[in-house]
Design a protein around this ligand. Structure first.
Ligand code: NAP
Length: 544
């Protein structure tokens, strides 16, 4: 393996290309996978729908977009040169800065030469005769590859606003997950934002500062913890750079892929005064780590209520109007069972004269009108509507490709009642098809970049093993897959996660089966399991 062969098929216009591997997506996962497979000497091609690299960070250019993991930790660990030389400017990196970083990595490692931009893979089917994947793109290309790696992202397929009449809206409208490259100017405009998840919470304070008036349409309030963002202190940067290997190792050893882990103490061991002190200290640190303060925030309703009440009291302190504060206090899900948001002045934004909060829980949006939005109660005149309404997560990007395994079985059919994978890496009946941070792995509950590196490294070892042993194919055994899916569901049921109507469970998409897909057993346990499987000669996989 290794050479790229171009073969002309006289019956068709386009040459068919034979490769060792095709990777779909040039985000953080696809780029690292390309780098590793190239190191093995394989011929690899990446297909990317965008005009550039970056994935999530390419598409989500909305104002205020930034990562909610600290920049020193949300970066590749596989190149010491990069981690030492790259200089982050703030505690939480902004989208433009992360995109510059990803582009810098692509340039340093000359990754672009194997990436085809503005090309979408439309179909991938397994050919049993050749044991290869036959791949098609929207440009009419046809390729054959031994390995097909889906680096399509977990939160990458935007949920289209399903409001009839949107075409008749005479103003501009945007989805945050498909934000234009050009600046959108809100100056002097009446803007409506629909959605108050992590994205809306980042966007709203920025738009409010520019727009003449901002109306926020909130269906469900979420919990947000302050980021306390600011310039990255030189001392913090130095500390990380001098001790990076320790920080990275620690991140791989915890259950969350952060260097810090859940405390071992229950919230219920502390007196109310102590709880207040502990949570206040964690609040002052800011960010996602708030959830790590006690061991049982995600498992014990009483412990969860302690943390939730603390955050709601903070909301009441931050918002001047008590009625608006109450509307912003979450009531329908335990804290952390939807992704905890990290904010910069989100709640304070509702103290501005030019911002109105409209609760649409009881009075839903009925339809766009030519001049704005109509709820069941009132009409709102708007020049711009921004939909921050989220994604068809975990499976949306995969289902957007016509993937067919053995006997022509479609992935959409096999997963009709929810995704079925072994370890979130592969699925029975689809040999040599790999999903990086796929459903059934901890991925979205972790520091994503650490989970990406773990999967890419595991896959690289796996492919090396196949090549060394002169084997063609690997695929999970169906029994192992069934047991893994049951295990993922069972351990989720021991937590508070299933109580929320979250995208983790597909509950945000009408008609999607409600199945909690991320593995909640912890990244460390998961990594050990993956390593054990590999050490035992890829047990529970069939190798041919
Ligand atoms: P999301 O968490 O799914 O939030 C979508 C919001 O839109 C929710 O408030 C939802 O209300 C609302 N919504 C959806 N459909 C609606 C409709 N028809 N009418 C009215 N409201 C509607 O999506 P997201 O905010 O884009 O975030 C998705 C994930 O991306 C996050 O959880 C996080 O993992 C990741 N993310 C990370 C960062 C970061 O690193 N800082 C930033 C952004 C996103 P309901 O709750 O009632 O459904």
């Amino acid at each position: 393996m290794s050479a790229t062969h171009e073969r002309h098929d006289t019956a068709r216009e386009r040459p068919s290309v034979e490769l060792d591997a095709v990777i779909v997506g040039a985000g953080l996962a696809g780029l690292y996978m390309l780098h590793r497979l190239r190191e093995l000497g394989l011929s690899v091609r990446v297909f990317e729908a965008g005009t550039g690299v970056g994935g999530t960070w390419y598409w989500n250019r909305y104002p205020g977009a930034r990562c909610d993991v600290e920049s020193m930790l949300y970066s590749y660990s596989w190149s010491d040169e990069v981690q030492q030389e790259w200089r982050w400017t703030s505690r939480y990196a902004t989208q433009p800065e992360i995109l510059r970083y990803v582009n810098d990595v692509a340039d340093r490692f000359d990754l672009r030469r194997d990436i085809r931009f503005e090309m979408r893979v439309t179909a991938a089917s397994f050919d049993e005769d050749t044991s290869c994947w036959q791949i098609r793109t929207d440009r009419g290309d046809r390729l054959s590859a031994r390995f097909c790696v889906m680096a399509t992202g977990c939160i990458s397929h935007p949920q289209r606003p399903a409001f009839e009449g949107l075409d008749g809206f005479e103003g501009e409208w945007y989805h945050t997950g498909r934000w234009p490259k050009e600046d959108v100017d809100f100056t002097g405009k009446r803007v409506g934002v629909v959605g108050t998840g992590s994205t809306g919470i980042q966007l709203i304070p920025v738009v409010a500062k520019q727009a003449a008036h901002l109306t926020v349409f909130q269906r469900t309030p979420n919990f947000a913890i302050p980021a306390w963002d600011g310039p990255l202190a030189a001392s913090v940067e130095r500390e990380f750079k001098e001790n990076y290997s320790r920080y990275r190792r620690r991140a791989r050893e915890t259950s969350t892929c952060w260097p810090q882990d859940f405390s071992e103490r229950s919230a219920l061991e502390d007196s109310p005064q102590q709880q207040e002190r502990e949570l206040e200290a964690r609040w002052q640190e800011g960010g996602f780590g708030f959830i790590f303060q006690y061991s049982d925030i995600l498992t014990d309703p009483e412990a969860n209520k302690v943390a939730a009440d603390f955050v709601c009291n903070k909301i009441r302190q931050r918002v001047n109007d008590p009625e608006i504060a109450e509307l912003l206090c979450p009531y329908d899900h335990p804290l952390g069972t939807k992704r905890l948001c990290v904010d910069s002045d989100y709640y304070e934004t509702y103290n501005r004269d030019n911002v109105t909060l409209v609760s649409i829980r009881e009075t839903p949006i009925e339809a766009p009108t030519p001049t704005g939005l109509r709820t069941s109660e009132a009409e709102y005149d708007l020049d711009v509507i921004v939909f921050a309404i989220g994604f068809d997560s975990m499976t949306g990007a995969l289902f957007n490709i016509d993937i067919r395994g053995r006997d022509g079985v479609q992935l959409t059919k096999k997963w009709a009642d929810g995704p079925r994978t072994y370890l979130g890496i592969g699925t029975a009946g689809f040999p040599n098809l790999f999903t990086i941070t796929g459903p059934g792995s901890p991925s979205v509950l972790s520091n994503m970049i650490v989970s990406i590196e773990q999967h890419v490294d595991w896959l690289t070892d796996c492919i090396t093993h196949l090549l060394d042993a002169e084997l063609d194919c690997i695929e999970p055994e169906r029994d192992a897959e069934d047991a893994w899916v049951d295990h993922v569901n069972e351990i989720a049921d021991d937590t508070l996660f299933p109580q929320a109507d979250s995208w983790y469970a597909g509950a945000n998409i009408a008609g999607k089966p409600r199945v909690f897909t991320p593995y909640v057993g912890g990244c460390r346990t998961y990594r050990d399991r993956c390593d054990e499987v590999a050490a035992n000669g890829y047990e529970s996989f069939t190798l041919r």
